[in-house]
Design a protein around this ligand. Structure first.
Ligand code: PBG
Length: 325
């Protein structure tokens, strides 16, 4: 054969493959989610997330130092609220001495360079396990947005770098931006969970925080997984309202959405490689059906190729170690 073009030339050796690689992952891309618990010296493995832990603040701070030493520049905080502090208003969410607020202060104190983000939604604090306030069996939008503003401002007072509203109420990004401005927090960013779908893959996360909805589902506020164009609408509206970064969530079943959003916006796009995606890789690896390390790197590189600038992932530490090898 006399071929004009032989595509295998660029695949021949590791050197040429790495020279022409289009998408690469580095610890700079990672946001490490952390589950924080009350108490001291407490470390609980999440049953449906093998080798992932909920830790008390002292051990969380130790973990953050380790993440920093591995080159990870950002953490996304979630706390587990005690049952007796949960109610329908979610008011523990803006307690200035609440676990989240103490965690922000302690982490910024211990590792000032670490970029601290916080999840903003009422579900861990809600007696109903919903992301908003419930009235007559409905998750009411506008009163919830008021609560989310209070929550965001209290995180800002504690020193957060960026808040990440994950609730999918209408108008919350604009309201939070206004709340931050009114209170002088002009340096606090907003990463909007813009295209957040009602997904069965959040199951393990809800185990981790004991935050499963007590009734119904989240389909009246999170997006319908049939929809694509709606994701663009959500992202563009959030940017207009003041989002600095927009997120697509979940990750793996939504790579098309990551690409579409990336092509449509002029802000960085993040993707959340969520708990159920972590559980799937862990479970298959445990069964000996896939190679875990290779699956992690292939998955994360896939997010970059799809257009993600940042990746929130429970594999952040494992992947940073693999990349740094
Ligand atoms: C809460 C929230 C959820 C996740 C992040 N923030 C769960 C939900 O909406 O029910 C899921 C993260 C994961 O599954 O890893 N609003």
């Amino acid at each position: 054969m006399y071929l004009q073009r032989r595509n295998r030339i660029l695949r021949a050796t590791p050197a040429i493959r790495s020279l022409v690689a289009e998408a690469t992952v580095s610890p700079n891309d990672f946001i490490a989610p952390l589950f924080i618990d009350e108490g001291e010296n407490v470390e609980t493995e999440i049953a449906s997330m093998p080798n992932y832990y909920r830790r008390s603040l002292d051990l969380t701070v130790r973990e953050v130092k380790e993440l920093w030493s591995l080159g990870i520049k950002s953490v996304l905080l979630f706390i587990k609220c005690k049952d007796e502090w949960k109610d329908n208003t979610g008011k523990e969410a803006w307690n200035k001495d609440g676990l989240m607020q103490r965690s922000i202060r302690a982490i910024k104190d211990a590792v000032p360079g670490m970029y601290v983000m916080t999840d903003v939604a009422l579900d861990p604090y809600s007696s109903y396990g919903h992301d908003g306030i419930v009235e007559n069996g409905e998750i009411v939008n506008d009163p919830t947005v008021e609560a989310l503003v209070k929550m965001s401002v209290s995180h800002a007072e504690a020193g957060v770098d960026m808040v990440a509203p994950s609730d999918m109420m209408d108008g919350r990004i604009g309201a939070i931006r206004e709340g931050l401005e009114e209170n002088g927090f002009t340096k606090v960013g907003i990463m909007a969970y813009s295209a957040k779908y009602a997904s069965c893959f959040y199951g393990p996360f809800r185990d981790a925080l004991d935050s499963a909805p007590g009734f119904g589902d989240k389909k009246t506020y999170q997006m319908d997984y049939s929809n694509r164009i709606e994701a663009i609408k959500e992202a563009l509206m959030d940017i207009e309202e003041g989002a600095d970064i927009v997120m697509v969530k979940p990750g793996l079943p939504y790579l098309d959405i990551v690409r579409e959003v990336k092509n449509a916006v002029d802000v960085p796009v993040s993707v959340y490689n969520i708990s159920g995606e972590y559980a799937m890789i862990k479970a298959a690896a445990k069964m000996g059906w896939i190679n875990e390390e290779k699956a992690i790197l292939e998955t994360l590189t896939g997010f970059k190729r799809a257009g993600a600038d940042l990746i929130a992932t429970y594999f952040a530490k494992d992947a940073a170690r693999l990349i740094n090898l």
